[in-house]
Design a protein around this ligand. Structure first.
Ligand SMILES: C[S@@+](CC[C@H](N)C(=O)[O-])C[C@H]1O[C@@H](n2cnc3c(N)ncnc32)[C@H](O)[C@@H]1O
Length: 288
């Protein structure tokens, strides 16, 4: 079978289940054939797939047909300037999380010798983007999941950033540090249980539950704990940067204000829901 025939036939298979069927097919075929990019497929439309390549390709189309996300099939996801390796049990980095990095880059000078703490590092996407943008930065990243720690370590090694990040397998609810950071950043689990139950089957099947569920009430448990327990680990003038869920802004802003923080930047989705925020420490509190 030729490349153009493989594209057309598998497009027909995937279009009933995927809004991005054409892109899916092209990414999977480029992956199997080791093409640099999708354009490379169209420059070689007449190339024949050998039986081994065809067999592998059809297997991947079959996996996609069963709603497995593309990033979980090819074990890769683009984020910021990187093609990150992605382990099976680690959350796929989302585009909103890149916006969180954008908010931080607006407020902190690129040349600052910035020290950050990344809570719930997952694939390492946030830490790697920060290390990439802030040339002189260094950080600490924690996650309770062993797979996440291993995945972040793999990506640090891949992009030669190992020396600038300390990785710890830790539960944030038990985490203590004597460090003072310029930035504490987190995209924590923030769904309430009832919203998790209503998610698409493919997300529930292929994404780790522990990465998504915040609590059974309103999903804000992680923010409360992080703000109250770790506010003294931020320097005065330092920032909390959070990705947050729908209808959580008012509650989180209240917790931030009573703990000595002022919201400096927000990113809203078109439905007017705040998805990312940056809050500055304007008062020093001693231990309570
Ligand atoms: C929404 S994911 C974010 C992953 C990554 N930072 C990103 O933006 O793609 C939340 C992460 O928090 C981690 N996590 C869940 N509970 C935790 C806990 N109690 N302590 C530390 N990390 C936790 C999960 O393993 C997961 O990697």
């Amino acid at each position: 079978m030729k490349i153009n025939e493989a594209i057309n036939q598998s497009y027909k298979v995937l279009s009933p289940i995927s809004k991005t069927a054409k892109l899916d097919v092209e990414v999977l075929l480029a992956y199997i054939l080791n093409k640099k990019n999708r354009l490379d497929l169209y420059l070689n439309q007449e190339q024949e797939l050998n039986p081994k390549e065809l067999d592998k390709f059809l297997n991947l189309i079959n996996e996609r047909h069963q709603l497995k996300p593309i990033s979980k099939i090819i074990n890769q996801k683009s984020f910021w300037n990187f093609d990150l390796d992605l382990s099976y049990n680690v959350l796929i980095p989302r585009p909103e999380t890149e916006v969180l990095i954008d908010l931080v880059t607006k407020k902190i000078s690129q040349n600052k010798k910035m020290k950050f703490l990344d809570i719930g590092c997952g694939s390492g996407c946030i830490s790697l983007a920060l290390l990439d943008y802030f040339y002189f930065s260094s950080g600490v990243a924690i996650d309770v999941s062993k797979e996440a720690i291993l995945n972040t370590r793999l990506n640090l090694k891949k992009f030669n950033l190992k020396e600038r990040l300390k990785l710890l397998r830790q539960d944030v609810f038990k985490f203590h540090s004597t460090n003072k950071f310029d930035l504490i950043i987190s995209n924590p689990p923030y769904l309430k249980l009832s919203d998790y139950i209503n998610l698409d089957k493919s997300i529930k099947q292929y994404e780790p539950k522990e990465a998504l569920i915040g609590d059974s009430k309103d999903g804000t448990l992680f923010y409360k704990k992080i703000i109250v327990n770790l506010k003294n680990n931020l320097k005065l003038g330092g920032f909390f940067a959070f990705e947050i869920g729908d209808n959580q802004m008012i509650k989180i802003e209240k917790i931030l204000n009573i703990n000595g923080f002022r919201i400096e930047e927000k990113f809203k989705l078109i439905n007017n829901q705040t998805r990312c925020l940056l809050a500055k420490k304007i008062k020093n509190y001693t231990l309570q």
